[in-house]
Ligand binder design. Structure first.
Ligand SMILES: Cc1cc2nc3c(=O)[nH]c(=O)nc-3n(C[C@H](O)[C@H](O)[C@H](O)COP(=O)(O)OP(=O)(O)OC[C@H]3O[C@@H](n4cnc5c(N)ncnc54)[C@H](O)[C@@H]3O)c2cc1C
Length: 334
């Protein structure tokens, strides 16, 4: 616990039915919604934003307002600029203070929805968004955008039958192997290995803001109290990228927070892989998914996913649990 340098919390904008990409006419405005990506908004950003920009098909590019400066607002804005639109981002918070800047940053479009209540149409939308986004991120790997490839290990005590994710996109995770006892250094019996991308949200968001401004984009700080204030904007086309804010602004009862908490320790250059799960092989503890990621500036650990919890305070017992579980996991590492 003495090594903990910082603890932060954030709220994943979670919709059991899955994230929303759709357009509608409201008064004389054309509204495009792009929100509700749960624990995977970083992963899905380019793909979901590409699907949302596609909603403008047939419209002549002109002035467009994007509400929100998190990852969905910024990637939507960049794609709109590429398509010839003149974009202004209206936002309550600058990117540094968004949920997007809290994210851990694994590329993995999981924890997005409840498969029991989401539709087949949504599942197809999720697959498309995942594939487009994966492709876009692979074009941006390197320090400029804070993206790198890393090995990831899912720890279990029973041999996994399937890929620990969505089988439909299993091909996006390479270098896969199921390792048994004696084939890996972890204290669990089994380990599933794969390679995926890790995105450092702070670096990615900062660079995307710079790209947006270089292409002529403007920011306006504005906190919208209700939808009427949004409809009063001058732009005829408006993108709603307000994340959890959409619950109140657009009356979406399906959208709820899933509180997360991340614990940071000083960096360790020897750690060049991610882990999912604890020593008991129980990857889901208290509704959360125990995980450890290395970054150049910190070691990051997480593991809570509290549905419906709007509180913002750090929970010290959770910090202790996250640290203790990882301490057990690495106790025998030299
Ligand atoms: C602890 C944690 C770990 C995570 N780890 C990962 C991960 O490893 N991989 C991954 O892919 N995803 C991860 N996520 C999920 C990811 O962070 C979110 O899905 C994503 O950030 C949502 O982006 P967004 O742009 O929709 O929302 P936000 O980043 O919340 O941005 C919303 C924007 O809308 C603005 N806004 C809202 N309401 C109003 C209003 N009334 N008026 C004006 N502006 C408004 C806000 O100011 C903000 O600029 C994690 C999240 C958390 C909390």
């Amino acid at each position: 616990m003495d090594n903990v340098i910082r603890v932060i919390t954030g709220h994943r904008p979670y919709r059991p039915k899955g994230f929303v990409v759709r357009s509608e006419e409201m008064d004389d405005k054309f509204i495009v919604h792009n929100y509700g990506h749960g624990g995977a908004g970083i992963s899905l950003s380019w793909g979901s934003s590409a699907l949302s920009v596609r909603e403008t098909k047939g419209k002549r590019p002109g002035a467009v307002a994007v509400i929100g400066s998190g990852i969905m607002g910024l990637t939507s804005a960049r794609l709109l600029q590429d398509a010839g639109w003149d974009v202004t981002i209206y936002t309550r918070d600058v990117y540094r203070h968004t949920t997007s800047n809290v994210a851990a940053g694994e590329w993995g479009p999981f924890s997005t929805h409840d498969p029991a209540v989401s539709s087949d149409a949504f599942k197809s939308q999720l697959e498309w968004a995942s594939r487009i986004s994966h492709h876009a991120y692979t074009n941006l790997t390197g320090p400029k955008y804070g993206i790198r490839w890393l090995e990831a290990y899912t720890l279990t005590n029973t041999r996994l039958q399937n890929f620990q994710g969505d089988d439909k996109i299993a091909d996006l995770f390479t270098y896969k192997a199921d390792l048994g006892p004696g084939e890996h250094p972890f204290p669990t019996a089994y380990v599933q290995r794969m390679v995926t991308m890790q995105i450092d949200p702070g670096v990615f968001l900062r660079q995307t803001v710079a790209d947006f401004q270089l292409a002529g984009g403007k920011f306006v700080l504005q906190n919208f109290a209700n939808v009427s204030e949004i409809l009063a904007l001058a732009e005829p086309v408006i993108f709603n990228c307000t994340g959890l804010g959409a619950a109140k602004l657009f009356g979406d009862d399906n959208l709820v927070p899933a509180k997360g908490q991340l614990v940071f320790m000083p960096p360790d250059p020897a750690v060049d892989y991610m882990t999912f799960g604890g020593v008991d092989g129980d990857t889901f503890v208290n509704g959360g998914f125990l995980h450890m990621f290395p970054r150049s500036d910190v070691i990051l650990m997480g593991g809570i996913f509290k549905l419906g919890d709007y509180t913002t305070h750090v929970e010290h017992d959770e910090t202790e649990r996250i640290v203790t579980e990882h301490q057990k996991l690495f106790a025998d590492f030299g």
